[in-house]
Unconditional design. Structure first.
Length: 144
């Protein structure tokens, strides 16, 4: 795992640098910088919108007594998206924008947590049946 992370920390910046130089030579340096600033600004707007939407939905779930576990994971992925979008480069921007797409986040969550299928219990074949707690009250029919 450490080797993969090390390779990512070496190869991604090099690929980003190569791509920035390539795009800069095609459309010009200032245009490339403007494009990077635009994607960061657009990303910031989308992160705020997605974050607020996730937070509001989590609050609704908590008001109904549900634990918003899935929302926490979505929040972490939105935060990671922010880091990627504010890192200069087109590869990290692409990954950041993908993480802002809720179906893509759900796909990743389902791949990372295949047993629980967080947020969608209907997909878990080993799901425990719901328990309904009841109290039986009997009336004594004897008259006093």
């Amino acid at each position: 795992m450490l080797r993969i992370l090390f390779l990512l920390f070496i190869t991604v910046p090099l690929l980003e640098l190569w791509l920035l130089i390539k795009v800069g030579s095609d459309i010009g340096g200032l245009s490339t910088i403007a494009l990077c600033l635009f994607t960061a600004a657009l990303g910031g707007f989308l992160i705020r919108w997605q974050g607020m939407s996730t937070l509001l939905d989590a609050q609704k779930r908590m008001a109904h007594g549900e634990a918003p576990v899935e929302h926490g994971i979505h929040g972490l992925m939105i935060a990671l998206s922010g880091v990627l979008l504010f890192t200069p480069g087109f590869i990290t921007d692409s990954a950041g924008f993908l993480l802002l797409f809720p179906p893509f986040r759900r796909l990743i969550i389902n791949k990372l947590l295949p047993v629980q299928q967080i947020g969608n219990p209907h997909h878990d074949a080993r799901r425990q049946p719901e328990v309904i707690d009841v109290e039986v009250i009997t009336h004594d029919h004897h008259t006093h």
